[in-house]
Design a protein around this ligand. Structure first.
Ligand code: XBP
Ligand code: MG
Length: 256
């Protein structure tokens, strides 16, 4: 089937938001709450195995048994929700200060896809407000390029469950085979594959060690003129140096 839409993951794919964005925001929220919790870069890399900020904090409480303030143990859901709201405020502040740049090739590809009528959507476990702030920080017109934004708690179960991708497919009114997902992590890759969507993977330093068997291509980034991508696996043309609409249509056509 012909490629009709690109479905982008956000964190780690559109921008490297985790190490110096979400992680810093979590730590600022913990400090504001008077907690002695500190998620350093190594621990955060381990905690990223759990998607969703609230789910990640619940996992941290259950697995690492950090000190809790009085009353929190009796209302973990409320305690975590409060921390998540504070963290989201900190993340949005970081983004609005321009501290999180788009990854190489992201704006180039989005602009080209939008101008040639390739439909655009987002499927992320991040909170919608984070996504909105990030896209607006890329440029006032970028948010409007996306026809559907599937984010956070819009679905009951987050990646690697397929729910957010199935939600986006339904809103687009497209078959999985008419789309191509662009992901960075094994959780996201598995979510898209469970929705039967072909996937191209752009690695980052938190996901470079993960496996993506069955991805159409695995690259280090989307490439820019003068900053060629490296193809680490998959079916790109040997001379492909950046992922543009033509390259993605060719790649999508290789899906069995
Ligand atoms: C990455 C995530 C998110 C962020 C934190 O989402 O798992 O949970 O780490 O954002 P994706 P929230 O790669 O699917 O974009 O705190 O808003 O969940
Ligand atoms: Mg991601």
């Amino acid at each position: 089937m012909r490629l009709q839409a690109l479905i982008f993951d956000v964190d780690g794919t559109l921008a490297d938001t985790e190490r110096y964005g979400h992680r810093v925001a979590f730590n600022r929220a913990f400090a504001d709450a008077g907690l002695n919790w500190l998620w350093d870069e190594k621990l955060y890399g381990e905690l990223l195995s759990v998607t969703g900020g609230k789910e990640r904090m619940r996992h941290f409480i259950e697995q690492y048994h950090p000190a809790l303030p009085d009353g929190a143990a009796g209302d973990i859901e409320g305690f975590v929700a409060g921390l998540q709201a504070s963290k989201t405020r900190h993340f949005i502040t970081l983004v609005r200060r321009g501290e999180i740049a788009p990854r190489p090739g992201v704006l180039r590809l989005l602009r080209e896809a939008h101008s040639c009528g390739l439909r655009l959507a987002i499927a992320t476990t991040s909170t919608y407000e984070n996504v909105e702030a990030l896209l607006l920080s890329f440029g006032t017109d970028v948010l409007g390029w996306f026809e559907v934004i599937g984010a956070g708690d819009m679905v009951p179960v987050k990646k690697p469950a397929p729910d957010i991708y199935l939600y986006v497919l339904e809103k687009l009114g497209l078959d999985a085979a008419e789309c191509l997902a662009i992901e960075d992590s094994d959780n996201g890759f598995r979510a898209a594959r469970r929705a039967a969507i072909p996937v191209a993977v752009t690695l980052n330093d938190y996901t470079a060690h993960q496996r993506f068997d069955g991805a159409l291509a695995v690259v280090d980034h989307l490439g820019e003129p003068g900053l060629p991508l490296a193809c680490l696996a998959g079916r790109l043309e040997p001379d492909c140096r950046l992922l543009d609409v033509v390259a993605l249509k060719r790649l999508h056509a290789t899906e069995p």
